[in-house]
Design a protein around this ligand. Structure first.
Ligand SMILES: [Zn+2]
Length: 361
């Protein structure tokens, strides 16, 4: 028995809008088709077909005849697979198999790249943007609470020197008016050459870095730099960026019990190793320069300190030199700031006195 499948199709003459209902079937030499109410089927030989196209992997369009050619459109996927099977090896059908395959692959590739793009956009654009917004609007009181928890933990781990901590704070308040973002400084007896800022106005200065300093201007530069991280919320920004989506979720869910703050509190140990982005470090250096200029302090202090630390700490870079840009770039940029905006320097004997006390001389 020979079954013939008839497929519903549309018949159209090229360039005309209207189409007529049609039926189409396959036979061994080509197609039979019947347009509208016509009684007789017409034979369309495979050789007469100008081109076959597929759309969305199931719609088949046969173009045939002289120009303006005629078109039969069938949207039945079974029709397509029957064509491929019956006319395997015909040039026009081979092209069709290839084109439908490539269309399908192109479609998959498009979908894949769309979703990859969406994920990349989400992680590299949307989340950082939201994090930035969240940090900007993060209330100072909340930030202080968070910083306090970390500060408490750090105090437990570090050997604090209360007298030198007070001296450092006194030194700091000679430089900065920090009414809006009050600062608390911890002098830690720790040989690691490091100074870092916690959220909420807490700054830790290790004895290791103080031992490397030879002038009050160097200390002033470091404190002004760390204070810029505080005032510009750099630590919070970097922490939120590291924690990313999870912290945003907590913020947007509006967790009332602050348990998430506790969770972040456990990151306190990592804070001393927190790396800021290149742009944040540059910003902190620029802010530090403004402070030094405002107090007519020798701005070369930060440069002499950078150069010395770079010499001594090739392996383990302190926070202040830890990130890109490389120390050479930082020094160059700082020199450019000084050259672009020179100012007269005034000696500060009182800072010298405080500095010597902090150094323990
Ligand atoms: Zn820094």
């Amino acid at each position: 028995m020979n079954y013939i499948n008839y497929y519903t199709a549309e018949y159209r003459i090229y360039g005309q809008k209207e189409s007529l209902p049609a039926q189409v079937s396959l036979n061994e030499s080509g197609f039979y088709y019947k347009v509208g109410e016509e009684e007789r089927e017409q034979l369309l030989r495979i050789a007469e077909i100008v081109s076959i196209h597929t759309y969305n992997t199931y719609k088949v369009v046969l173009n045939f005849g002289d120009f303006p050619y005629q078109t039969l459109t069938c949207k039945d996927p079974a029709f397509l697979s029957e064509i491929k099977q019956q006319f395997k090896g015909y040039e026009v059908v081979d092209a069709l198999s290839k084109s439908s395959k490539t269309t399908y692959i192109k479609y998959l590739l498009f979908l894949a790249s769309f979703f990859i793009g969406l994920i990349l956009f989400f992680y590299f654009v949307l989340v950082p943007w939201l994090v930035n917004k969240a940090v900007t609007h993060f209330p100072w009181e909340q930030e202080k609470k968070l910083g306090e928890m970390m500060y408490t933990k750090i105090k437990e781990q570090e050997k604090a020197n209360p007298k030198k901590s007070l001296l450092l704070e006194h030194f700091f308040y000679q430089l900065c008016d920090s009414a809006q973002n009050p600062v608390q400084i911890l002098f830690a007896d720790n040989p690691v050459v490091n100074a870092y800022a916690l959220p909420g106005g807490f700054i830790v200065i290790n004895s290791g870095i103080v031992n490397q300093m030879v002038s009050p201007e160097e200390l002033a530069g470091v404190l002004a730099h760390e204070y810029a991280h505080v005032r510009k919320k750099h630590t919070l920004k970097s922490m939120f960026n590291t924690l990313g989506f999870s912290v945003l979720l907590q913020l947007f869910l509006g967790s009332q019990d602050h348990s998430w703050l506790n969770a972040i509190g456990w990151q306190a140990q990592e804070l001393s190793q927190l790396k800021y982005s290149r742009s944040l470090e540059t910003e902190a250096d620029e802010e530090a320069f403004k402070v030094l200029k405002n107090k007519s302090l020798n701005p070369h202090g930060l440069i002499t300190l950078f150069s010395r630390l770079q010499e001594n700490e090739k392996v383990n870079m302190p926070e202040i030199l830890s990130t890109h840009p490389l120390p050479e770039d930082r020094i160059k940029k700082f020199n450019n700031l000084i050259e672009a905006s020179p100012y007269p320097v005034i000696e500060k004997p009182y800072l010298e006195l405080l500095f010597n006390q902090i150094k323990g001389k």
